[in-house]
Design a protein around this ligand. Structure first.
Ligand SMILES: Cc1ncc(COP(=O)(O)O)c(C=O)c1O
Length: 495
């Protein structure tokens, strides 16, 4: 009789063979087995990039059929945390869930009274971007305070942070590194330190982006060490985005830097207490921290007295928060672990693809406005980026290639998007544009004018909404696909 391990080996060998034959067009662009892109066929802006390794991992864990988060989940949490150099990474079922957990964690009564976010407290955020960076602020009963976004970087205008601050009310800043472009962390961190505020980095679009500052500045903000694998010389400190604030979040939905299908993570940068609290919110709000299927890691399962429960009530069924269940499956984690090994090459591919599009579209500078990394003041084909004199630098692993049509351009943004659609070229808006104009936020304000606060006019966010789109930079994009996009845009502008 065939043994179980032999049976499994046969299934996995066939699985690999199936995947090689079926999924050739999903392999990384530079993989020798990548099925070539055929001219005239669709060019997605993003998508899953995988080989038989991911499919084998998925089938193997499916055969084991543990299902719920287990050894693969624990291993991926450790590996992601080690890659970033953070205290802990907590796997969740989406980036939106990660944001919900991150802000919920800051409401915990286990935190100090002064810093805990209470209903009616304020959290500063940015008007342009993805809705579930902001919705969780409202969902925990806090008030989002919107500052404007800069149309060139796509990021918050951090010089408005001071105007948004209200003593006794402001408790945190929570915003995203837009499309893989780090926001101005030096200004934001100085602001957070000045008023003792939490910083939540929505790093969903920016895994593998880094930010570097002069050592003296970094040390004044409390940072002495580089992230693992990063080095920008002895006089500077360089760290991944997602490791500067208190908590950060990742999305592992297919267009993001790595995928587990649906999925995400909450990164706890330093504070062990935040880890315990975030885990509690993910896992039903329970006080107990035992992994699934394991009991009594605290050694006093029946030795607690919490709330108004009788002494010795089972710790496993003691709830210190109004929590959720936002865990992914172990099968997803198995896929994610393989993807994590590809992350360094994925990060570089996104940079390369951005550069190819930038060079290809450079002749259209008069009609198109291109994104600049935060702290860059310009770009040219010979010497690359020029930087402002803050001494800070950003290194973007771009989520997308953002372009805006200039006022004098012969076409509008929407006409350009339609032309790209006609040519089956994937393109996207910068998510919700000015979120304040989205029906959900209009309704929120109509129902309760105090539910949010807006600082100044939102000209930048409106401009992003009216004249911006982005193309893909994902690691499945071949040079042929990139050049085809350049050609379509060039011909359209030259008509
Ligand atoms: C900045 C940002 N935050 C959060 C999310 C939500 O992630 P998910 O789709 O995994 O819920 C996204 C989604 O693309 C995003 O772009």
């Amino acid at each position: 009789m065939t043994s179980l391990s032999e049976l499994k080996a046969q299934i996995l060998s066939l699985t690999r063979e199936y995947s090689r034959q079926a999924h050739g067009s999903f392999r990384p662009a530079d993989d020798p087995l990548r099925r070539p892109w055929a001219e005239g066929t669709p060019i997605p802006y993003a998508g899953r990039v995988f080989t038989d390794d991911e499919v084998e991992a998925a089938v193997s864990t499916t055969l084991d059929f543990w299902l719920t988060l287990g050894v693969e989940g624990t291993a991926m949490e450790k590996e992601l945390a080690a890659f970033l150099g953070v205290r802990h990474s907590l796997l969740v079922n989406s980036g939106s869930s990660a944001n919900l957990i991150a802000i919920s964690a800051l409401t915990s009564p286990k935190l100090t009274k002064e810093r805990r976010i209470r209903p009616g407290d304020e959290v500063i955020t940015v008007a342009a971007g993805f809705p579930t960076t902001v919705a969780p602020i409202v969902q925990v009963g806090a008030v989002p305070v919107f500052i404007d976004a800069d149309p060139i970087t796509g990021n918050a205008r951090c010089e408005q942070l001071e105007a948004a601050y209200q003593q006794g009310k402001t408790k945190a800043v929570m915003m995203a590194h837009a499309l893989g472009n780090p926001f101005d962390l030096a200004t934001t961190l100085a602001f957070c330190r000045k008023y003792d505020l939490w910083l939540v980095e929505d790093n969903c679009d920016a895994l593998g982006c880094s930010y570097s500052m002069p050592r003296e500045l970094a040390e004044s903000l409390g940072f002495t060490e580089n992230s693992p694998g990063l080095d920008d010389g002895p006089d500077r400190v360089i760290r991944w985005t997602g490791t500067w604030g208190d908590i950060s979040t990742q999305s592992f939905y297919p267009p993001h830097h790595l995928t587990m299908g649906e999925g995400g993570a909450v990164n706890i940068v330093r504070d062990q207490k935040l880890r315990v609290v975030a885990e509690s919110f993910r896992d039903w709000g329970r006080d107990c921290w035992c992994p699934s299927g394991i009991d009594n890691t605290c050694n006093k399962r029946f030795g607690w007295q919490l709330g108004e429960l009788p002494e010795g009530y089972d710790h496993k069924y003691t709830y210190s928060h109004l929590g959720y269940n936002l865990k992914p499956l172990d099968i997803q984690a198995a896929i994610g672990r393989v993807q994590l090994k590809r992350l360094p090459e994925f990060i570089e591919a996104r940079k390369r693809n951005w550069e190819i599009l930038r060079r290809g579209l450079a002749p259209h500078d008069a009609f198109l406005e291109f994104s600049l990394p935060t702290h860059a003041t310009g770009w040219d084909a010979q010497s690359g980026f020029r930087w402002d004199d803050s001494g800070c630098r950003t290194d973007c692993s771009w989520f997308g290639f953002k372009i805006a049509t200039r006022p004098g351009a012969p076409v509008t943004r929407t006409e350009l998007a339609c032309e790209l659609d006609r040519n089956q070229i994937g393109n996207r808006m910068l998510f919700g544009g000015n979120l304040l104009r989205q029906p959900a936020f209009v309704q929120l304000r109509e129902d309760n004018p105090e539910a949010l606060r807006v600082i100044g006019t939102m000209e930048g966010a409106d401009e992003i909404m009216n004249s911006t789109l982005f193309l893909g930079t994902y690691p499945g994009m071949t040079e042929g696909m990139l050049h085809a996009q350049v050609q379509v845009i060039s011909s359209f502008l030259q008509q």
